[in-house]
Design a protein. Structure first.
Length: 236
């Protein structure tokens, strides 16, 4: 199913946002810029960029229709660029995770990374669905942030750390990856939501929940046993 292309004032927007758009500029009832997405877990970039682009179009005094068309294209381009970036990020993670899981000593951490590898494959399939819904394909681009995070994790493997310390370090490396993904999917969900692309927003939300859950599981593994083991290995 192909979702219709994003419009600046799509029919699917919640009533609150339509009401807000009719208020005079500066009216105290107008939403603050960061509340534009209406979603509590929208990334900061989504709130800020999304609101500014939409607000510019809504309050343009002249040639409203032409401005909306141009701005709509820019915002849709932003959504597709961010989708392509996270597609590259997920592909890099799917390649890196098996190697990192192999180097881990604690079985519970290895299991967690292996489970997340399977989830990651499902997340890539979800991104394919999102592109299909938009009638687009991923741009050939490389997420440089993920390249950097994977390179830092690789450095840890050759740093000569004790196995317990390496486990603790790899948890931190994995959590940096999860936090990058949480920011990306939070923004994507907010973009799709602002455009009235409900099916895409739902796909992003599903993945966002998985990334958050993984981050929490990593924290639990670190704080329940592995950090303490790393300390013991360092003193003993
Ligand atoms: Fe992921
Ligand atoms: Fe990136
Ligand atoms: Fe992840």
């Amino acid at each position: 199913m192909k979702e219709s292309l994003p419009r600046i004032v799509p029919p699917g927007l919640p009533p609150a946002r339509h009401t807000a758009s009719r208020l005079p500029v500066g009216d105290p009832r107008s939403p603050a810029p960061h509340r534009a997405s209406g979603r509590p877990d929208a990334g900061p970039s989504a709130r800020f960029i999304g609101w500014n682009i939409i607000r510019t179009a809504r309050f343009s005094p002249r040639n409203q229709e032409g401005r909306e068309m141009a701005t709509t294209k820019k915002f849709q381009d932003l959504l597709l660029a961010e989708l392509s970036d996270v597609y590259s990020a997920e592909t890099q993670i799917a390649e890196a995770l098996p190697k990192l899981a192999q180097k881990v000593s604690a079985s519970e951490l290895r299991r967690l990374l292996e489970e997340h590898l399977q989830e990651t494959k499902g997340q890539i399939a979800r991104l394919d669905k999102a592109f299909a819904a938009l009638g687009a394909k991923p741009e050939a681009k490389t997420c440089k942030a993920m390249q950097g995070l994977v390179a830092e994790a690789d450095e840890l493997l050759s740093a000569g750390l004790a196995p317990e310390v390496l486990d603790a370090a790899l948890i931190a490396a994995a959590q940096k990856v999860e936090h990058y993904e949480i920011a990306s999917y939070g923004s994507l969900k907010a973009y799709a939501d602002a455009c009235g692309l409900d099916a895409v927003a739902d796909l992003m939300d599903e993945t966002l929940r998985e990334e958050k859950a993984t981050d929490e599981k990593l924290t639990a593994v670190a704080t329940s046993t592995l950090n303490a083991s790393a300390v013991q290995a360092s003193v003993g």
